[in-house]
Design a protein around this ligand. Structure first.
Ligand SMILES: [Mg+2]
Length: 122
């Protein structure tokens, strides 16, 4: 591999293949049922949330502390890894799902109704 992998030069397929290989090499497919993966995602989201528990971390504070930013990034990666494994388990095409759902969200939250900056409409 010649270049460093980053967001701007990596595909969803790359992640799916890497996780599929990681799981297969360890014979973990039997543990990666949808229910287990969804629970694992929830646990990893909790671990991410825990980093913000009982503190008042501002965006500036996070960016000025490499250790905190790395811990946050690690937990985000854990969530992402289980999401990718869930996509693999269910054979979901993320790009198609993203496009379909964004289209629904655009219809549900129209620019006309929400361009005033409000988030909730009662
Ligand atoms: Mg974790």
């Amino acid at each position: 591999m010649n270049s460093k992998l980053e967001d701007n030069n990596t595909t969803i397929s790359y992640f799916k293949e890497e996780i599929e290989r990681f799981v297969k090499e360890r014979k973990w497919a039997r543990f990666h049922k949808p229910k287990d993966l969804i629970q694992a995602i929830g646990i990893e989201v909790s671990e991410l949330s825990e980093l913000f528990l009982f503190n008042d971390l501002s965006l500036d504070a996070i960016h000025n502390d490499k250790e905190i930013l790395e811990n946050i990034s690690d937990e985000i990666a854990d969530v992402f890894i289980y999401l990718i494994s869930l996509l693999n388990s269910l054979n979901v095409d993320l790009t198609s799902a993203f496009i379909r759902k964004l289209k629904k969200n655009k219809a549900k939250y129209t620019i006309d109704e929400f361009s005033d900056g409000s988030y909730h409409k009662l």
